[in-house]
Design a protein around this ligand. Structure first.
Ligand SMILES: [Zn+2]
Length: 98
């Protein structure tokens, strides 16, 4: 094995990457799609599809399947449209005064 190939391999295995949730900068292992909190925010059927399409080692070969990319895009679309429950507008307190 050449030293160049060894370097590429060790980087692929060791280098963490950021969570795929938009604007989440949490570092996660290469085989993890999102940090734990965001992963469990995804609907279960979407998580199941990402795992079903995941091929061990794809983060090293950089050749994920079309099914994986489609599920990944759907997860990111879900994330962009996701509004945390705590952002819901509270009822206007002034309404009680009239
Ligand atoms: Zn995250």
């Amino acid at each position: 094995m050449t030293s160049h190939a060894a370097d590429a391999l060790s980087q692929g295995l060791a280098r963490p990457h950021a969570c795929h949730w938009p604007n989440c900068l949490k570092q996660v292992p290469p085989a993890r799609f999102m940090c734990r909190a965001h992963w469990f925010t995804l609907p279960k059927d979407l998580r199941d599809r990402i795992w079903a399409a995941y091929v061990p080692g794809q983060e090293i070969t950089k050749t994920p399947s079309a099914a994986y990319l489609a599920a990944a895009r759907e997860a990111q679309a879900f994330a962009r449209n996701h509004v945390p429950a705590k952002r819901a507008a509270p009822p206007a307190p002034q309404a009680a005064l009239f």
